[in-house]
Design a protein around this ligand. Structure first.
Ligand SMILES: Cc1cc2nc3c(=O)[nH]c(=O)nc-3n(C[C@H](O)[C@H](O)[C@H](O)COP(=O)(O)OP(=O)(O)OC[C@H]3O[C@@H](n4cnc5c(N)ncnc54)[C@H](O)[C@@H]3O)c2cc1C
Length: 462
């Protein structure tokens, strides 16, 4: 596409502003700066580093890349939130690609255009890697009365929620009220739910029960509800048995076959009959596709992901590639929604754009499992990699080593390693640095929102 034919106002302004007016530029736009989108961008940059006629633009809502596997450790105050994110401009370093922190509002594949909050962007090739969003499975009240756990913001807010309730419970005389404040329900016993629950166990029993004199371990209840008969689906039976024993030893109540049928302020209903009173219910029960992905033309799977061909191309639009959590490749329907899959697909989408542009045959995506690692809190994990199965303390060390290695940048690796080391010697940090959100006792519940700071720390979609 020639830059001169960009949208009269926004497109041309963008071209002129970037010094490309009059040049025949190819424009490749990548939507989403997570695992898939970032990998696609880096690979495109590598392939096109000498092609000044190719413009690569990465668009992401935040100006950082988030390393999600360490999110549960933010909620437990184990590591500092800043240490698991890396500014995209730093990742870019001397690479050529352009970064635009912006909000994608619409994708018009017919006109080869994406609408951003600050204007339109036309493309020749598009990579869609917008991730996923929480799936509430139409459970009444779930969206309104539970806490999400997908973004850095949500992990920070949850950490402060735990500490805020501990502060209130510490001087609450009524034991029933104290117990309700200190009952936490995690919905979903997949990898995220279990990792989060075990991290919450570490801060609640390892820190709160020891430092808050008005609270004893008996006041705290941590429950994981799972609608399916089995937890940690996909984990090898021997490791699963080990994980079950570990969870039992910690005192976390894990309840398979417990389907949440309703959520309301102050609790949940289970299997249509039982109610559990809990001030905090965290929803990690499932994901579905991003709404913009659901709106793409062509077939979608049952959770709204775009069903793409083996080359990751959208049906009828060979210039549009979909990667990561947004994508359901026909050759890999069984692929889990995990970072290694997103990285592999992002890389493949980039290579296929280059092949298509040169008129070459495209490569196909095949899912290859890279193993499984689940942390079960401080000092325990289960690991299944290349037929090698391990559980306990050494598995936990392995888990740490792998995640440290996968973090982007030496600075972040050092920061996380230092956080982990300090946590062995010193207690967790319990400071609440912002006004707690959605707290009746602090007067910041939904009906009395404090709008002064709204936006930055407000739970999205509430
Ligand atoms: C708590 C948690 C723990 C996890 N733990 C693990 C783990 O241990 N191991 C593992 O392999 N996987 C883990 N995952 C799953 C893994 O994070 C995802 O599979 C992976 O991030 C998918 O990559 P992606 O590129 O498709 O999407 P993402 O990495 O989610 O990236 C999507 C990007 O798109 C951006 N975006 C979304 N909407 C817009 C918009 N409208 N405009 C602009 N930008 C937008 C987002 O801000 C985000 O940066 C975890 C996920 C969570 C939530």
């Amino acid at each position: 596409m020639n830059c001169e034919v960009w949208d009269a106002v926004v497109g041309s302004a963008f071209c002129v502003a970037n010094g490309f007016s009059g040049m025949a530029m190819k424009c490749i736009v990548v939507l989403g700066g997570g695992f898939g989108g970032l990998q696609a961008t880096i690979e495109l940059d590598r392939i096109y580093r000498r092609r000044t006629d190719v413009e690569i633009i990465l668009v992401n809502q935040q100006n950082f890349f988030l390393f999600t596997p360490l999110l549960p450790q933010i909620a437990s105050s184990y590591i500092n939130p800043r240490h698991i994110v890396q500014a995209i401009r730093d990742i870019r370093g001397r690479r050529r690609f352009r970064f635009r922190r912006d909000d994608v509002r619409a994708i018009d594949v017919g006109r080869r255009r994406v609408e951003l909050a600050s204007g339109a962007l036309d493309y020749d090739y598009l990579v869609v890697a917008l991730g996923s969003r929480t799936n509430y499975f139409h459970v009444p009240g779930a969206r309104e009365h539970t806490w999400d756990f997908k973004s850095l913001e949500e992990a920070v807010v949850l950490r402060e929620r735990i500490l805020d309730l501990s502060e209130h419970a510490d001087h609450t005389r009524d034991p029933a009220a104290r117990r309700q404040m200190l009952t936490f329900v995690v919905v979903g016993a997949g990898y995220t739910g279990i990792e989060l629950a075990t991290e919450m166990h570490d801060i609640l029993f390892g820190y709160v029960a020891r430092r808050y004199r008005g609270i004893s371990a008996a006041d705290i209840r941590l429950i994981v509800l799972e609608s399916e008969p089995e937890i940690l689906r996909g984990v090898h039976p021997r490791l699963l048995e080990n994980a079950r024993k570990r969870l039992q030893a910690t005192g976390i109540e894990v309840r398979p076959g417990a389907k949440v049928t309703r959520c309301y302020p102050g609790g949940v209903e289970v299997n249509g009959s039982e109610t559990i009173a809990a001030e905090t219910v965290i929803w990690t029960a499932g994901v579905c596709a991003h709404e913009l992905v659901e709106m793409l033309p062509g077939p979608h799977d049952r959770i709204g992901r775009a069903v793409v061909n083996e080359h990751l191309q959208l049906e009828g639009y060979p210039e549009v590639f979909v990667a990561g959590d947004s994508s359901a490749a026909i050759t890999a329907k069984e692929a889990p929604r995990v970072a290694p899959v997103a990285i592999a697909q992002g890389r493949l989408a980039a290579r296929n754009i280059a092949h298509a542009e040169r008129g070459e045959a495209l490569e196909s995506y095949r899912y290859v499992s890279q193993g499984m690692l689940v942390s079960l809190g401080m000092n325990h994990a289960v690991v299944d990699i290349a037929g090698f199965k391990l559980s306990g303390y050494f598995a936990w060390l392995f888990w740490n080593a792998v995640h440290l290695f996968k973090l982007v940048g030496l600075k972040k690796q050092l920061q996380v390693a230092i956080d982990w080391s300090l946590a062995v010697i010193f207690p967790r940090d319990a400071s609440i640095v912002r006004r707690p959100r959605r707290c009746k006792l602090c007067g910041t519940d939904d009906s009395q929102r404090d709008t002064r700071n709204a936006g930055l720390w407000e739970m999205p979609g509430r």
